[in-house]
Design a protein around this ligand. Sequence first.
Ligand code: FES
Length: 225
Amino acid sequence: MSHKLDPIAGTQGDVASHDQTKSWFYTDIVKEHFFHPKNFMEQDADESQFNAVGKVGSPACGDELRVWMKVDPETERIQEFKWKTFGCGSAIASTSMASEIVTENGGMTLEEARALKPQDIMERLGGLPQRKFHCSVLCDKALRDAINDFYRRENKFDKIVVESARIIDPVSKVTDHDIEEAVLEGAHTLELVQQKTKVGIGNPNCLPAVEELIRFYKEKYFGGK
Ligand code: FES
């Protein structure tokens, strides 16, 4: 399915120069979710009605996102999904769309929600500017955090999935998460990842592993492009 892309100017955190204009396009669906966010957590909402909470901060930009879920303990389906963010327009639109995806048609099971990928959200939005992809990953991560929180509250510890960072270059102390963030910020070649992270500068032995991770994250977030 192809979507007509329109430029949007002046959204929070999105400053585009004339030279960058072409890479700062937002679809009508993104604009709809940005200007009319769905399932936003009200200021005076009673948090005790939710049985799972997730939180994530973005190392790329310093923004933060919180989500609240009401999960049916029997079916493990997501009945409600609310959120609040101090992120940009792309984070707002992505999370708003994600809140619809996980609750539509009776709600996703936690297993289905855990399998949701940032590309699924971006596809439903009709795309995002490449430099804003890391914003769409925020809701994906907060959702995973909330799923773990649900299982922790239910004492189902075997269902908790923790993704801990692995050091790839012991000299520069660069981890796989640092490389993931660099790829999300648009560094899709070894040279660009090195510019951002300094990985492998004093330890070229780790470069094959770095290149493999770049391929892995490009495939994960951008379908290998
Ligand atoms: Fe921070 Fe988009 S720039 S969430």
